[in-house]
Design a protein around this ligand. Structure first.
Ligand code: F6R
Length: 364
């Protein structure tokens, strides 16, 4: 049941510190904090390319992983939504591997993409939450998310546990490819083991986010911006908002603003900017200034360092824990979930069963 919570979605958001921890414990040695994946039928040292495909929120998890695998593990990744990939007739490299991500393990487009990749001779890996599912059965190896049953139609804890598995996979691939020195590898796995505690801290902002949701609920359109691995978090934030509050929202790579979407900015368009401290911060800060100069109200998700550097200006700021930029996507996913949730509650929608949507999409 929902226990003390008003909706399954809220309960599932609050379960994240625990289920991220459960998922991590299956892949990280608690003493040495070293990543220990099960034996996989893929040699990451020589893998020419990894193809990733999934739908919706699971696709956005894959998009974060593309940033991680390319920059941290130096592994080329190609990624596409399964509904496009399955019909694209993409040539796949000899000796390649393909990874499919699915909470339900039953999504028809993802399954069809998997079967296409198998026909093309790829080794099939999957990340699923339902170990008995058809996608799990048809894979050469399965990396499970231990999110437990997800009842709310809007995916929350499945997403962050997918990211957890993908972060571990990245560190394992980086080790196999000799892409990280030992010190950096140890720092990244240490940062990962601290994510459950930091996720619990993020949840302490729930009331503040609920207050900000009053400003979002009035809007007709909302923009979400991010750079690097925060770009998929912007996409995910926009998806969450539209699917449960029915407010039009778009996620953009912040650097694309000048190429069109900045024309939308006025007093009525809230802009959610996901910008942790790190190498891309100053670029995102410039986008914040551009939005504010045009009268847009900014909701900034950042950390103490970012808040100090931006100064006064954003209408709302949520200060998240300062972490290694590698793990930031796991933490910044949570406030965008809460913002969508509280906005939907204010709008009076059916949060756990939004109109026109099904939990598992088994027909095209
Ligand atoms: C969004 C959402 C959907 C699913 C998508 C894939 O909140 O839940 O976008 O992520 O339908 O579903 P699975 O992961 O079951 O393949």
């Amino acid at each position: 049941g929902k226990g003390q919570y008003r909706h399954f979605m809220l309960k599932e958001i609050y379960e994240q510190p625990a289920v991220i921890g459960d998922t991590l414990r299956t892949f990280v040695n608690p003493q040495s904090r070293a990543i220990a994946l099960p034996e996989l039928p893929v040699d990451f040292a020589t893998l020419p390319r990894l193809t990733i495909s999934a739908c919706g929120t699971a696709f956005y998890a894959g998009l974060v992983a593309k940033y991680w695998l390319e920059s941290v593990a130096r592994l080329p990744v190609e990624i596409d939504v399964a509904s496009e990939f399955r019909y694209r007739e993409a040539p796949l490299p000899e000796g390649g591997a393909a990874l499919f991500i699915s909470q339900s393990g039953e999504t028809i487009d993802t399954l069809a993409a998997l079967r296409y990749a198998k026909e093309q001779g790829q080794t099939i890996l999957s990340i699923v939450n339902q170990p008995e599912s058809v996608i799990a059965r048809e894979s050469d190896a399965v990396l499970p998310t231990l999110a437990g049953p997800e009842i709310g139609v809007a995916s929350t804890k499945a997403f962050t546990t997918q990211l957890t598995v993908l972060a571990c996979l990245t560190l394992a691939a980086a080790r196999a490819r000799g892409a990280l020195d030992e010190k950096r590898a140890a720092a990244l796995s240490a940062a990962l083991t601290e994510v459950p505690a930091h996720a619990a801290e993020v949840l302490n902002h729930d009331e503040a986010i609920e207050a900000m949701a009053h400003g979002i609920a009035e809007a007709r359109d909302v923009l979400y911006l991010g750079r690097g691995p925060m770009f998929p978090i912007a996409l995910e934030g926009a998806l969450k908002l539209k699917e449960i509050s029915y407010i039009h929202a778009e996620g953009y790579a912040a650097g694309e603003m000048k190429h069109g979407p900045i024309a939308l900015i006025d007093e009525g368009v809230p802009v959610i900017v996901c910008a942790p401290s790190g190498p891309l911060f100053d670029k995102s800060a410039a986008n914040v200034q551009e939005v504010m100069a045009r009268g847009g109200s900014v909701l900034l998700l950042t950390d103490a360092g970012g808040r100090r550097r931006i100064g006064k200006g954003p209408k709302w700021t949520i200060e998240l824990p300062a972490v290694d930029p590698f793990v930031a996507p796991l933490l910044y996913a949570i406030p965008v979930q809460l913002l969508a949730y509280h906005t939907a509650v204010l709008k009076g929608t059916d949060v756990d069963q939004p109109r026109n949507l099904a939990k598992s999409v088994t027909v095209e």
